[in-house]
Design a protein around this ligand. Sequence first.
Ligand code: SF4
Ligand code: SF4
Length: 85
Amino acid sequence: MALKILEACTNCDMCEPECPNEAIYYGEKIYEIDPDLCTECVGFYDTPTCVSVCPVDCIITDPEREEDHQTLLKKFEALVLNDKI
Ligand code: SF4
Ligand code: SF4
């Protein structure tokens, strides 16, 4: 699954620089995650690093973007091949 930031986000700026895929950006009101770039950190870390640094636990897995490990790995490989990350 790609991850999603909830409205409880306090715009603390902690997660954005930590994302290895540059999937996090400042949206209209709060930070948002581009689901096409989020690999749940597969290819880089064992666990999602944005979740680790968020002080208010407002980053969740998006139930509308279910992806298994293999799919996330293929997404990571495609991003690397396309030089997106
Ligand atoms: S899970 Fe990883 S790839 Fe996805 S937004 Fe968070 S830091 Fe970026
Ligand atoms: S770390 Fe959490 S609270 Fe801070 S900007 Fe990211 S999502 Fe928002």
